[in-house]
Design a protein around this ligand. Structure first.
Ligand code: AFP
Length: 345
């Protein structure tokens, strides 16, 4: 294989002498190094003392697994030495103010998909880099469109780092020989339309009608109103679903639903949906709540949840269209729920 660019070399070319881009480059390099260390833990599992056992709950009530806590510490140790104004983590209640005059702020989910750890499924790290506002306490009360960079790491068969600096999406694969991320995909583009959806179908009875109508259209297949046969995937790990969509398209849905506490879905806006939306849009896809663009949303609080539908732009637009149709029209088009339907109601 011809000489491939390393992440460091790719970032050098991007950063130039611009101080803001330099700060972003340093933060991404530190996050990448932390990812190498986290990858060592995930690929050794129980041999590294990683069992997926609960160690308590974070301030938002989510169960904290051993790797959640260790990954959080690895990332904070890596970033803590840099000129960063503030950190936010899924595992921290509030902002961690470091150097208020520094140009950037970093939010991260240190270990997403932790319920998969002891089942040897892919897990990941997600991060978002914002410019520091005049009031550092409002670092993560900016619209997602203000992001300077976003990325995620998948600790899977390969350890892959996906990165956007606002000028397209690159994919880097960890070379375990020299423990360096190397460029394996550049200017990644999501297919405009695809026939694969990802949703936790066990929650169907809790979905709003537009989501039901969209999924039922997919399930109705080529003989139905959508005229296409669909495949389904649900891994239970956002980073793995996102990576698959970057490679072969499709649509991921974690909508709000009628369960207590899930009115706005499960995913967090600041350190999951905003970075994912930035990446997906930079790869030509769409990222929506079903009613509005995720990158337009200004967070009210650090850990607020948001419905996230993302992927191939035409699939996302179809789902958004369903949210503009009156429920009565959607119900009228729902023969699948009659006596002969796929779902007995
Ligand atoms: P965990 O980090 O608690 O495993 O949650 C993972 C996640 O936030 C996201 O990565 C998955 O897409 C989603 O939850 C799976 O949620 P369900 O378990 O409700 O299907």
């Amino acid at each position: 294989m011809s000489q491939v660019l390393t992440l460091q070399e790719r970032m050098e070319g991007e950063a130039g002498s611009d101080p803001l881009r330099q700060a972003v480059k340093e933060a991404v390099a530190a996050l990448a190094q932390a990812a190498v260390d986290i990858s060592d833990l995930t690929c050794r599992g129980a041999l590294a003392g990683i069992t997926g056992q609960a160690q308590g709950r974070n301030t938002d009530g989510d169960v904290q697994k051993d790797l959640d806590v260790r990954a959080d510490q690895i990332i904070r140790d890596a970033l803590g030495k840099l000129p960063i104004a503030a950190l936010a983590s899924e595992e921290m209640a509030d902002l961690d103010i470091l150097n208020p005059g520094a140009p950037i702020c970093v939010a991260f989910d240190p270990l997403d998909g932790s319920s998969n750890i002891n089942t040897n499924m892919s897990v990941g790290t997600i991060f978002s880099i914002m410019p520091t506002p005049s009031d550092v306490n409002a670092a993560f009360k900016q619209a997602g469109s203000a992001q300077l960079a976003a990325g995620f790491v998948v600790y899977g068969p390969q350890t892959s780092l996906v990165l956007t600096l606002g000028r397209g999406v690159d994919i880097f694969t960890l070379d375990r020989v020299d423990r360096v991320f190397k460029l394996t995909g550049s200017t990644v583009q999501i297919p405009a339309e695809a026939t694969e959806f990802a949703i936790n179908a066990s929650n169907r009875r809790h979905w709003d009608l537009p989501v039901r109508a969209y999924i039922d259209e997919c399930l109705a297949g080529a003989d139905g109103p959508g005229g296409k046969n669909f495949n389904m995937r649900w891994i239970g790990s956002l980073v793995a679903e996102a990576f698959r969509i970057l490679i072969r398209g499709g649509i991921f849905l974690y909508p709000g639903d009628a369960r207590d506490g899930y009115e706005e879905g499960r995913l967090r806006l600041v350190y999951e949906a905003h970075p994912m939306a930035f990446i997906v849009e930079q790869a030509g896809g769409g990222a929506s709540t079903g009613r509005k663009r995720v990158l337009d949303i200004v967070p009210d609080s650090l850990h607020q949840r948001v419905p996230l539908i993302m992927g191939s732009i035409k699939n996302v637009q179809r789902l958004e269209h369903m949210h503009t149709v009156p429920d009565v029209a959607l119900e009228a088009n729902a023969p699948l729920f009659g006596n002969r339907g796929l779902f007995r109601v």
